[in-house]
Ligand binder design. Structure first.
Ligand code: EPZ
Length: 428
């Protein structure tokens, strides 16, 4: 397995190109299942999770082609997806267990074929992550769903029907699933207390380009008037706000000065505001966003994760890394996932001073971190260790790099281009 070695100390300087959003691309790709017409997606990042989604869609019957070599990427960032016929309505355990976003095929398959058999994803490294809201919403739209042998078996022989569904809890994935299902349902669907993450707006805009009738995009109430069929469409995926925020924290950690090209500060206002309170400059530029330390000082500031537009849970670990070196203390509270502090013991091994009190972590800044051999159990926890390593004394070796490869495109190349001493050590 590959490892990444980082020698801390260098301030990041220069520019980093932000890729297309992983969490927008995954549901956008699934939207192909709603139609026999082609869907062209530009700016799709080349990541392990995208490859997993391609494998899932191919076994449902989607033809996927990737244009080669755009933007210096080996395999290109434009995907053309065409699902003339659905060959299989089963999403098998072997793929779903690798990537939870696979459950997004449930709504579109039932909407198009009247049936779907999707493996339950099970728990994961950041929490139990149930799918009850996906199920309840589809049942409200007239599907029957039974659980058998670890699979959700959904049927709606006469099609789904429009309904008003109020999410009892904000869920990104359940909103995406029901939004896609509603596009082909009979009549009007109203989704209330819907998640407002920019990735949902991106999906809705693409669905509209495909011929869907959706209003309230960007708000907590989505109104969808069902249509009989969709048309071919082309769509450019939004830049990855979590990748943007991650590099912003890395730059802040090293006291550097970097322009995050394509980064959009308005997609991460809550995190940018928190960074500003810490003493980090985050300003929009003509090409993206520039991040630098205002006066050299990094102050400890509290943060609490919340659904968008609040501080994103997907930046919690990275922010905690940053706070390990701040002046003063920071209380970081996680309200979305119950088990998302798995990076804490590893940061502690690097010399961080962190104590966990229930859903909060109290981080007291320390004058220095020390390099160590570390590993993490999920994507954002892994990258938080890379951020710590950039400011640590000596070498850090990150193990289980496959987590990073799920969500960060060419991380070591992007960091090295800004002066970081980082290299990938190929498999052993
Ligand atoms: C999406 O996951 C993202 N994944 C996650 O990013 C992100 O952390 C999360 O949203 C929150 O922003 C993708 O977009 C592919 P949720 P999702 O449904 O949709 C509970 C990353 O690192 N819940 O909004 O699975 C759930 O347990 C990943 O890129 C239910 O109780 O998240 C959690 O506590 C990790 N029942 C909360 O809601 C349900 O049916 C929010 O989860 C569904 C969710």
């Amino acid at each position: 397995m590959d490892r990444i070695r980082v020698r801390g100390g260098a301030a990041l300087k220069g520019e980093i190109a932000i890729s297309g959003s992983k969490n927008a691309s995954l549901p956008l790709m699934v939207a192909t299942l709603l139609t026999d017409q082609s869907l062209v997606l530009h700016n799709v990042p080349r990541l392990a999770d995208i490859d997993t989604m391609i494998a899932l869609l191919e076994q449902h019957g989607t033809h996927v082609s990737a244009s080669p070599g755009e933007n210096g990427h080996r395999r290109g960032t434009t995907l053309t997806l065409t699902t003339r016929d659905i060959d299989s309505t089963t999403a098998p355990y072997d793929i779903v267990r690798k990537m939870r976003a696979s459950v997004l095929v449930l709504g579109p398959l039932v909407a198009r074929c009247g049936e779907a058999r999707v493996s339950l994803p099970g728990g994961c490294a950041i929490g139990t992550r149930p799918v009850d809201l996906h199920i309840a919403g589809l049942q409200a739209m007239g599907a029957t769903i039974e659980l058998d042998g670890g699979y959700m078996i959904a049927r709606a022989k006469d099609g789904l029907r429009g309904v008003r569904y109020v999410f009892p809890k904000v869920s990104v994935g359940a909103t995406e699933n029901l939004l896609m299902a509603a596009v082909l349902a009979k009549g009007e669907t109203i989704l209330d207390n819907a998640a407002r993450e920019p990735e949902i707006g991106d999906l809705a805009n693409c669905l509209v380009a495909m011929g869907a009738r959706i209003s309230g995009i960007g708000s907590e109430t989505l109104r969808i008037e069902g249509v009989d069929a969709l048309r071919p469409a082309e769509h450019v995926v939004i830049p990855d706000r979590i990748e943007t925020g991650t590099y912003a924290m890395a730059v802040a950690m090293t006291g550097g000065d970097v322009e995050l090209v394509h980064g959009r500060v308005e997609l991460l206002e809550a995190a940018a505001d928190t960074l500003r309170q810490c003493g980090v400059e985050c300003v929009a530029t003509a090409r993206g966003m520039r991040v630098s330390r205002r006066d050299g000082v990094l102050r400890g500031v509290d943060a609490m994760t919340e659904p968008f537009p609040g501080f994103p849970t997907d930046l919690q670990a990275q922010f905690m890394s940053l706070m390990t070196r701040a002046e003063g203390a920071a209380m970081i509270t996680e309200t979305i996932f119950e088990n998302r502090f798995m990076h804490v013991p590893e940061l502690s091994r690097m010399g961080a001073n962190i104590t966990i009190h229930g859903t909060s972590a109290l981080v007291r800044g320390v004058p220095k971190l020390r390099g160590a051999e570390v590993m993490a159990t999920d994507l954002r926890a892994s990258v938080s260790l890379a951020i710590a390593a950039l400011a640590a004394e000596g070498d850090t070796t990150l193990h289980r790099v496959y987590h990073l490869d799920r969500g960060y495109e060419r991380l070591e190349e992007k960091l090295a281009a800004c002066g970081a001493d980082v290299e990938r050590l190929m498999g052993r």
